[in-house]
Design a protein around this ligand. Sequence first.
Ligand SMILES: *[C@@H]1O[C@H](CO)[C@@H](O)[C@H](O)[C@H]1NC(C)=O
Length: 189
Amino acid sequence: MARRSTDLCVLITFLSLFLLTEAGHKHNRGRNGLKSLEFSLYQHETINKTGFIVVDGVAGNAGVSQTTTPFGTVFVFRDRMTAGLGLSSSRVAGVAEGTSITSSLDGLRSLSIAKITLDVEGRRGSISIVGGTHNTKPSDYPVVGGTGDFLFVQGYVRSSPVDLRGTTVVYKIEFHLYWPPYAPAVHPN
Ligand SMILES: *[C@@H]1O[C@H](CO)[C@@H](O)[C@H](O)[C@H]1NC(C)=O
């Protein structure tokens, strides 16, 4: 009987560990020993409040609209990122600081760089991303590196517009982060 209950305890412990790992965000140390983390946040940007045009683009094909800016426009932002869709109702889990430079003549695409400071899953630090943005379609950005608990991180971030109407625009940001094999040896967190 004692033996039975020990077995049961071990089983329950394993089951709950499994369930904890599976809940919510995906958080893995796979069979190959590689560590990864996948989660989503919502980025909120308000024109003239969290994002500003600091250099006007060249006069030409595109004007300033909800989705376009003239070629060469330099836009700078410091946007909050929340776990849920509502800015007032959910926790700020990240801050994106960066800049976009309009790089297509139709005003729809830009080159973007950003540092995203994160506090998720008990991990704190930042990741840096760089890549092309399409103003009305999902865009993928390679992760070029990280700091703190995200030191050495690789992977990509996908940004998709959720709501482009109104003065505050919302993007869903999906993080797909992978640590290279040597990272745990240098930085065990
Ligand atoms: C933002 O500020 C600029 C410069 O003051 C102004 O021209 C523009 O209309 C403003 N945009 C919005 C949406 O308030």
